[in-house]
Design a protein around this ligand. Structure first.
Ligand SMILES: NC(=O)c1ccc[n+]([C@@H]2O[C@H](COP(=O)([O-])OP(=O)(O)OC[C@H]3O[C@@H](n4cnc5c(N)ncnc54)[C@H](OP(=O)(O)O)[C@@H]3O)[C@@H](O)[C@H]2O)c1
Length: 247
């Protein structure tokens, strides 16, 4: 029997956006299942801070989301603790800057497996329990480049475009089962993913954005929270752009 606390699974919880999504759901009183891969220490520190502040149950899991078997194993652990998760946030992902001509097959597979196969694997693992309860909400953290494409980021753009189409298609497939799936097409968000930019490049990029600044990870977290909850109950199979009017 599930206790009364709603639960959320967040992938990439140790990253810039993942941390803020985690905090938003901790503040909302959710039981948290947090996935990390390489930065497990960061995740443990984050978990103990939020446990002390918000007094919610937190479970930490290590998995490589690009690997189907690793995701499968993670979900066996999650479902053993909570057979009825309420929300899944597919946030883990990597950027890849390169000319297409300089990319290897292994580079392509890494981007596609991390950004797209992971979403397939996590959704497939969580859906049976959501379908059984006829409820659940899935949010995919995508990119504006999935809408329009970016030079030097062909693989990344293709991976996020795939997530957008996946979201629109799966939303139609699972809506009759009471499940919603939506995506956020983020613009430039101020996280470690963009720390490779020089101060001059950051400044130039911010000036190109009509809002005059990068997005904050908290703003992605607030929209994720909205998409998870009852205020968005009729919204399904949508890709919402959050880019400060950049595109
Ligand atoms: N920042 C932006 O401007 C921006 C714009 C559009 C979309 N997004 C999307 O937002 C999401 C979060 O990005 P972010 O900016 O927060 O980046 P980030 O700070 O680099 O965080 C990425 C997260 O993904 C996890 N991750 C990467 N590869 C993984 C793998 N193979 N297995 C498991 N976890 C893996 C990382 O975990 P470990 O470090 O523990 O491996 C980390 O927690 C991504 O999907 C990204 O594409 C970001």
């Amino acid at each position: 029997m599930k206790d009364q606390i709603p639960s959320v699974i967040i992938t990439g919880a140790s990253g810039g956006i993942g941390k803020k999504i985690t905090e938003r759901f901790a503040r909302g009183g959710y039981r948290l299942f947090l996935q990390g891969n390489r930065h497990m220490e960061d995740l443990h520190t984050l978990a103990s801070t939020f446990k002390n502040t918000y007094h919610v149950p937190i479970h930490i899991l290590q998995a490589d989301v690009s690997d189907y078997a690793s995701v499968d194993k993670m979900f066996q652990q999650i479902l053993a603790e909570d057979p009825a998760p309420d929300v899944l946030v597919n946030n883990a992902g990597i950027a890849f800057f390169s000319l297409l001509q300089d990319m290897s097959e292994a580079d392509w597979d890494l981007v596609m497996n991390t950004n797209v196969k992971s979403v397939f694997a996590c959704c497939k693992a969580v859906l049976p329990s959501m379908i059984a309860r006829q409820r659940g909400s899935i949010i995919n953290i995508s990119s504006m480049w999935g809408n329009v494409g970016s030079s030097m980021e062909v693989a990344y753009s293709a991976s996020k475009g795939a997530i957008n189409a996946f979201t629109r298609a799966l939303g139609k497939e699972v809506a009759p089962s009471g499940i919603r799936i939506n995506a956020i097409a983020c613009g430039v968000i101020d996280t470690p993913m963009n720390h490779c930019l020089s101060p001059e490049d950051r400044q130039a990029l911010a000036e190109e954005i009509p809002a005059g600044r990068f997005g904050r990870p908290e703003e992605v977290a607030d929209l994720t929270w909205f998409l998870a909850g009852p205020e968005s109950s009729y919204m399904n199979a949508q890709v919402l752009t959050l880019d400060g009017a950049y595109l």
